[in-house]
Design a protein around this ligand. Structure first.
Ligand code: CMC
Length: 439
């Protein structure tokens, strides 16, 4: 028997049937009609119809885990928008701090709101001396800066006990500001430690990106003066990396946050997810791949080896984008600006040749593999002097705004603790065998 489908009632009180899908349980012959809302079928409606039959979707490839109004992504058309604003416009006209405000608040700030926001973020850049002296300096001399960052962010939760008050709006907003403001400080501290350079305190007279560059590169000069082209390029890269809807690290943030863990612990979990080479580590892998290829002449043979299963073309392909990643287009342009200051990265020609060959090869065309955000970003970071180990760290700094926005949205939606089901494929019940009796 078909179940009644909910109706849509418009402003004039007229009813119309919502979009729906009909399923038949062939075990019983029963038919169910399930409503389609915002392009999705609610899994709980499905489970009411066929209890005990789970969707099997290990990497959540076909599952929408939440409703969200933060970032819109159309992978077929190569469209990315934050809160409705096209990424191209934000990259051209906005700044990372303004974008962070937009993500978190849903609207662009007025001049007054922006001044307060910028002041707040700028004045929370310092970290407790114990975090640096006792915690960060306790790492082994060759510790990876991303490992240090992940641990240091988690450790911050022990310094801000009020962070546990996640439903107190004042506390929540304070932790959000602290996290966004302190990420560059922790990131630069991790780098300075890994190269044996003394820590540089934040300079709160500098803007967000310049302050980070100062903490990274300042040596003995009284004030670090970054090149404005490089500062702007870094800010654009921060804008492009600020959010990307339900990616692996954001999903980690939402899942850990759903247990009502404090935001530092949840952010550390998200950063840990970003550490992997399939996610935030891909641009490092791109540089290693280009270096290994070594010259333009070797590109065709390398592409052939990828096609015959000898590894992946790093910086190519995306779970959602099945056309050119719009961020890659902007990054390619930004690379030219950066190289006009730093000189061309010698790996650029290999990257361009690789792209040219791959985009005309049926293997990549048929699988809809295009350059993603990581294909060119590593070339920029390398030309700016960042060591490879810092690449995922450079991703984590701006993505913190996105993670926190999703965390906040998830809490405001009063969501349940994330707890998927499984399809058990192990042994049936069996009796314990004492060790002497085991074969
Ligand atoms: N080079 C060669 N073949 C590839 C590549 C690649 N980069 N990516 C996918 N394929 C092939 C893959 O072998 C498979 O072929 P077949 O159907 O013959 O088995 C097909 O394309 C589909 O691949 P998949 O692994 O099922 O696709 P996925 O959606 O699970 O993976 C991905 C997405 C990003 C993990 C993958 O494309 C990849 O490993 N790319 C290289 C790493 C990379 O650039 N990662 C950065 C992603 S963007 C930044 C971010 O989100 O953090």
């Amino acid at each position: 028997m078909a179940q009644p489908v909910p109706c849509i009632v418009d402003e004039e009180g007229l009813e119309s049937v919502a979009e729906s899908i009909t399923i038949t349980d062939n075990r019983t012959g029963e038919t169910f009609e399930l409503p389609i809302v915002n392009g999705g079928v609610a899994a709980n409606e499905w489970s009411k119809a066929v209890p005990g039959v789970w969707f099997y979707d290990p990497a959540f490839m076909y599952t929408a885990a939440c409703e969200s109004s933060i970032t819109y992504l159309d992978g077929e058309a190569g469209v990315l928008r934050y809160r409705g604003y096209p990424i191209e416009q934000l990259a051209e006209k906005s700044s990372y701090l303004e974008v962070a405000y937009l993500l978190l608040n849903g609207e662009l700030p007025t001049a007054e709101q922006y001044d307060v926001w910028r002041h707040d973020v700028t004045y929370h850049t310092f970290i407790h001396e114990n975090v640096r002296k006792r915690f960060l300096e306790g790492f082994h001399y060759d510790a990876h800066p991303m490992g240090m960052l992940v641990s240091a962010v988690a450790a911050l939760s022990t310094f801000y006990l009020d962070a546990k008050d996640i439903f107190d709006p004042e506390s929540r907003s304070k932790q959000i500001i602290r996290l966004i403001a302190k990420m560059p400080t922790l990131a630069a501290a991790a780098h300075r430690f890994s190269v044996g350079m003394p820590f540089v305190y934040p300079d709160n007279t500098l803007d967000f990106a310049s302050n980070f560059l100062s903490m990274m590169w300042k040596v003995a000069e009284p004030r670090f003066e970054p090149d404005p082209v490089l500062t702007r390029a870094l800010d654009v890269l921060f804008i492009l990396h600020a959010d990307h809807e339900q990616n692996c690290s954001t999903t980690a943030m939402r899942v850990v946050g759903s247990s009502h863990a404090d935001p530092y612990s949840a952010t550390a979990a998200a950063a840990a997810a970003l550490y992997g080479p399939r996610h935030g580590g891909a641009n490092e892998a791109v540089i290693k791949m280009l270096t290994e290829i070594g010259s333009i002449d070797n590109v065709p043979a390398f592409v052939e080896s990828v096609k015959s299963g000898g590894g992946r073309l790093q910086g190519f392909g995306h779970r959602v984008y099945k056309s050119y990643d719009p961020r890659a287009t902007i990054i390619k342009r930004t690379a030219d600006e950066v190289f006009s200051v730093t000189g061309k990265n010698p790996l650029l020609d290999i990257a361009l040749k690789l792209e040219e060959i791959a985009l005309s090869d049926d293997y990549f065309i048929s699988r809809r593999l295009y350059p993603n955000v990581d294909f060119y970003s590593g070339l920029i970071y390398q030309a700016m002097g960042f060591p490879l180990e810092m690449f995922p760290v450079l991703f984590a700094i701006p993505r913190t705004a996105g993670w926190l926005t999703h965390w906040q949205e998830m809490l405001d939606q009063d969501s349940k603790i994330a707890r998927p089901r499984q399809l058990y494929i192990g042994d049936d019940a069996r009796d314990y065998v004492p060790v002497e009796a085991r074969g």
